[in-house]
Write a protein that binds this ligand. Sequence first.
Ligand SMILES: [Fe+2]
Length: 283
Amino acid sequence: MMELKTARLLGLLGLLLLLLPVLAPARELAGVGLLLHAAAAGAAADGKAPPSTAPAQKFVLEPLPYGYGALEPVISSQIMQLHHDFHEGVEYVGTLNAVLGPLAGTGTATLPDLVGLVGRGGLPPDQELVVRNFGGGHWNHQLFWKVMAPPGSANTSRNNISPSLAAAISGGFGSVDEMLSRFKLLADGHFGSGWAWLCAAADGGLRLLDTANQDNPLMGVVLKDPCVPILGIDVWEHAYYLKYGPKKPDYTQAWLRLINWAQVSANYDAARRGDLAAIGAAF
Ligand SMILES: [Fe+2]
């Protein structure tokens, strides 16, 4: 417990150092205000309902949908606690609230709105990297927790693959096994920190790709047209190193046993109706 507290304190110190360049008061207030208005304008331009006048909400670390040890033996309880509480909670959500939280009430942009604007000219340059790295990190991890389930549990059965998702996988890759084989190759071959994704394009077709750091296929820095992630594996070393060491392929092989096919099917349906908040972080 002391080690965890120490790690959190060190993390907070690191966080403050990271935030120094973006916490210049006057510029930040103007920048984030612009950011929130830009997000609202971007949403309206996309044909979505105009933003309400309700106060913006701070970013929230949702609890895991299961206990820290629920994914044992594939992912250890220690990894899950550090990963969720520290990396997502302290680093990503903590930074978002430190930067954007003081501006709550100036706009109603949600995290999916902001993340989708990265690389599309809708964010002030001095704020874009915060949204890209920490906003992406929060959205990605909320998806990650939900697309996993305890090994051997009902939701990991392929019987839960919906007819619509099964048709899309068959049409794009021939079979689930072939899709997963390519997905694993991308994850194993990714250089450095990042993610491998299965995403749904606007026409419902599926794509596989990997991204660096906390980028994802919603961002304009990754793809010209967004592709909505429905399945993603975190291949940052913090996701596996304490248990697997340098043997990343062993982690990715074991991880395939955790895929929550009921959730991935629900994600595909949500992607088709454009409901990004139902897939990753909502705020
Ligand atoms: Fe992670």
